[in-house]
Design a protein around this ligand. Sequence first.
Ligand SMILES: *[C@@H]1O[C@H](CO)[C@@H](O)[C@H](O)[C@H]1NC(C)=O
Ligand SMILES: *[C@@H]1O[C@H](CO)[C@@H](O)[C@H](O)[C@H]1NC(C)=O
Ligand SMILES: *[C@@H]1O[C@H](CO)[C@@H](O)[C@H](O)[C@H]1NC(C)=O
Length: 937
Amino acid sequence: MEKTLPAPLAQRPAPRRRVRLLQLALIVQAAVLLYPLSLYLQWSPTRSQNVPINARTIVAQCKSLQLTPGPPDDFYSRGQSDRFEAGTKPTLIRNATIWTGGDDGAQVVHGDILLDKGIIQKVGSVDVQTLSAETVVVDAAGAWVSPGIVDLHSHLGVDSAPALSGASDTNSIKGLVLPWLRSLDGLNTHDDAYKLSISGGVTTANVLPGSADAIGGQAFTIKLRPTSQRSSTAMLLEPPYTLNGTVVDPFQRPRWRQMKHACGENPSRVYSGTRMDTAWAFRNAYETARLVKEEQDTYCEKALAGQWTGLGKFPESLQWESMVDTLRGRVKVHNHCYEAVDLSNQVRLTNEFKFSIAAFHHAHEAYLVPDLLKQAYGKTPAIAIFATSGRYKREAFRGSEYAARILADNDIEVVMKSDHPVLNSRHLLFEAQQAHHFGLAANLALASVTSTPARIMGMDHRIGRLIEGYDADVVIWDSHPLALGAAPKQVFVDGIAQISEPHVSMKPKSAQDVPSAPNWDKETAETIKYEGLPPLEPGVNVVKDAVLFTNVGSVFLKNSETGAIAEVYSASATGENVVLVQDGSIVCTGTCVEVLAAAPAELVQIDLEGGSIHPALVSFGSPMGLTHITAESSTSDGSALDPLSGSIPKIISDTVIKAADGLLFASRDAYLAYRNGITSAIVAPSARGFLGGLSTVFGTAAPHKLADGAALQDVAALHVTVSLNSRVGVSTQIAALRGLLFGEGKGQVNERFLEVVKGELPLVVEAESADIIASLLVLKQEVEALSKRSLRLVIAGGTEAHLLATELAAAGVGVLTAQRPFPGSWQERRILPGPPLTAESAIAKLVKSNVTVGLRPLGEPSTVRNTRFDLAWAGLESNGVLDKAKTLALGSSNIEALLGVKGSGVNTDLVATRGPSELESKVVAVISQRTKSVDLL
Ligand SMILES: *[C@@H]1O[C@H](CO)[C@@H](O)[C@H](O)[C@H]1NC(C)=O
Ligand SMILES: *[C@@H]1O[C@H](CO)[C@@H](O)[C@H](O)[C@H]1NC(C)=O
Ligand SMILES: *[C@@H]1O[C@H](CO)[C@@H](O)[C@H](O)[C@H]1NC(C)=O
């Protein structure tokens, strides 16, 4: 590909010769004779005595200040990647369905891809006869193939897994403005997450410093694969030439640099300041850099005019050079910035100092201010967001699942990012899948994790698309990349296959198609109208009369005695496929001829378009119900005091805390949970240490505790945490638990533990490590040997529980665990990652071993709404271990059974979903036996 060169480069000799000349210039006093005529003529020969010996270098340096970053001219004819590992054999991927990223993400090529020398040599039809004998041939059998996933915002390697106190290198808190710091200097080559993220198709990550500072430092782009050199430096993708301090060829076009900025809550909180302080810190920093730049420009003006007298040394500052480069438009600024107030501040800053921002990250309110974004200096910043994670702090309160679509509708570039390990970047593609589900066009959703982030970080000449000459970063998928649960069959980085023995789970045929997204036009419009806070209160459209659901694909029901879930109806190809609901119960399924004849004439009809009716879901494991905004203590119940690691006021020392006393209703997350089919939840007191307290069951739709359907069961289970991350030793925690189980507690504490020993109250222990779980199983035996009763022990968390699947099953101990494990800390490091790294997922292994498993959300209350995705995903990666009924049980009856939910606490609601796949479609109605009505959403 031909590129036009900037004028000063066009006449230059070959670079190598230029460097030699440069050295010569330093030695030979009469260097002036060697100057190209054009430069020579700029100087007055009469003043030649004043010319410094390194004048030529200075002139070159001054000229180079005007160069904009980009690949060198000969990059496009490269025959080998600079990242090529010697010995890597060529690979031909045959018969692939190739999403190239071309044609604005619309291009799909059916054919082959040839990888060699770390580069994509050909996309299309490759003649096998022309290939060398050592070529590895991979038959994709028609599978979807995409470019490697690109993460614009990651802390891989600096916020490493498992987290250890000796390796937290994300933030420096030595000042609000630290542009001279470099994430590379903290990059740990042993982060467990590299391999895991690659197994999710991620091949490139932009590693940013954290957001504790206004200017946290320089970011670096890495490829995730192991390198033969095993160094952090070898992981870098096109680092700036200046990185190792070698003399830079001044005629070489510079490479893009990356820089982290952050505004709003984080810098304010870390430095006990305000937004005003942070804004001044930015202005002060940019002014300092501007002054250095001005000095340089004045100097260079003189140097280029040959006015050497008294000029002295070129003004430089190692501390400020990266900021000066920012002002010269040579740095991609990544700005962590959420709210309209912060975005406004930053837009003003760009215009005051004339620099541009590559992307606003997080930016939960960006979709509300598209016109403001367009006023930023230079190019309109891209917006890098999460799909549905929100409301965790004030800045995120107005975050919307429709933001990606709204931004795209306003012609603003959208990137989905992980902020790894905030979200596990292994599942960055899930963010794009959700963005698509909530309205972002499929081509843009795929681009949002490939070609768009590559462009925003200035790497789109080599990554983010499948084009001849690009880096050989390729993923072969087991289904369409936007289908829920899509997992790689193989991942290539620089042409090297990354997964030695990939395990591929069987996916339904339908998963090969672009999933159809529900219609969210109404919700999207309301989100804009209400500035991010559309009304979510349920019960606006309640039907007391009978409702006829038409076009029903399937019906699942929960046995009221046993809790078992079974499919009771499946659509026939020819029949009517209707379901009539009266007084909150299904009265007939199928054709319903006779019943319909007797039904009232004006029947409300809801077309489910092949969707399903199934038991409502139940949530346990997030603080939903005890908080509205987790980072805001004034919106939360607060932590239960811990008798082991702190002092307890005497007045409550023998008391067991009840979550029921702290319930906070009408949170946006609870209402969103309801709208996604989770109509009841169990919450335990927020424990900061050993003793939590008593969990309670509540209805997610209720406006307050005294409302009908609000407080469903006062006490469910007793909760305790045993953790390696505690300030108190594990052996001390277990000793305390043993003491309490053997009757050493006082007052209410003793009474509740007596109920536990008698098997009347489940004991739920938050425990991750297999060693802790094993100790708990031994303790259970000790207690039972004495009590002759069976202890209802449940493990919550249980990341390593799969190692004890047989023992847990034998002991009758159930596990409440999340669908996507991550080795966040030492006690969670032995995860069973599931396909493609292992054949089994942790949940599938536990279920296969006859352990009762309940699925819990990943954490924040905003993740509860995704329970239907998590369940469907657990089923998809289980290789048939979990059919749909069993999957539903993971998210409802199993949780109730484990947590001691009974009587009025049991969820008897049904939900109706519109769309062909019951767990990926839209919930359109909640059918309530309790209120004998149907709530249309
Ligand atoms: C590509 O794979 C599909 C699916 O296995 C198969 O039906 C088709 O025949 C293959 N095409 C070629 C050219 O091999
Ligand atoms: C460091 O400098 C050497 C010599 O110029 C160069 O070959 C190498 O690529 C540089 N390394 C980086 C990471 O820039
Ligand atoms: C699980 O339970 C079923 C039914 O009781 C039994 O057939 C099967 O052998 C059990 N599996 C294991 C691994 O114990």
